[in-house]
Design a protein around this ligand. Structure first.
Ligand code: GTB
Length: 218
């Protein structure tokens, strides 16, 4: 059964990797699973038909037979658990890879998103100048700790896994702000992820939605 994911019909970044369907596309590409994409408008996302799939009226979603999932982390975990290539077979290594997925989503992503959203949406607020140093500090603290842990390793825990996919997916979204350049090993880590053929295919497929060659979109 070919899964169908949802993605933005129109996106402020014009398909340059900020929308979270990228990490789902990447996981599908890593395991070699063909997929279809249902593009959805901002207004349709808030309609009951989409909310039945995604209670918060967002993308991405994932449909496969009778299964409907939302949350990019849950979707990537589902893909990784049902197809070889993203989780180690050895139980302890597998548990650690899943731990890194949660760390990416629950610990690293929030301060980065908070900082990014403030830069994007709150710049005109009178309290922005006071708040921004705090948000910067939280983001730097998190990235500093991650950078220390990664050190000179290629991936977070041995072989590339869904943990790296999720962590790189999270870090990639902060790249345009320039903050990663302050952590050369993290910038190199993200670049290693971007260099993977599966990432390139996923990125190109998302971009193609906006350049008019969205091959698998309907
Ligand atoms: N926790 C959920 C997950 O991981 O799946 C979060 C899902 C989510 O934030 N979806 C966003 C969405 O549907 C798209 S990714 N937003 C619409 C809404 O809430 O109404 C966030 C995103 C995408 C693209 C840009 N951009 O282009 O600037 C910025 C943020």
């Amino acid at each position: 059964m070919t899964p169908t994911i949802t993605a933005f019909e129109s996106s402020p970044d014009r398909g340059r990797g900020l929308a979270r369907d990228l990490r789902v596309r990447w996981a599908l590409e890593e395991v070699g699973l063909a997929y279809q994409v249902r593009l959805i408008s901002f207004s349709a996302m808030k309609e009951p038909a989409h909310r039945a799939q995604h209670p918060f009226g967002q993308i991405p979603t994932y449909e496969e037979g009778g299964l409907v999932l939302f949350e990019s982390g849950a979707i990537v975990l589902h893909i990784a658990e049902h197809h070889a290539g993203l989780l180690p077979d050895e139980p302890l290594a597998r548990a650690r890879a899943i731990t890194w997925m949660f760390a990416a989503l629950n610990t690293v992503e929030p301060p980065l998103v908070e900082r990014g959203m403030a830069m994007l949406l709150e710049r005109d607020q009178p309290w922005y100048a006071q708040r921004q140093p705090l948000l910067d500090e939280r983001a730097h603290k998190m990235l500093g700790q991650l950078s220390t842990r990664l050190g000179t390793a290629e991936w977070l825990d041995g072989q590339f896994s869904a943990g790296d996919l999720m962590m790189i997916g999270v870090l990639f979204r902060s790249k345009p702000s320039g903050i990663l350049d302050e952590y050369p090993n993290l910038a190199a880590y993200v670049a290693r992820g971007e260099a993977r053929p599966a990432f390139k295919r996923a990125f190109d497929a998302q971009l193609a939605v906006f350049t008019g060659s969205g091959a698998n979109a309907w």
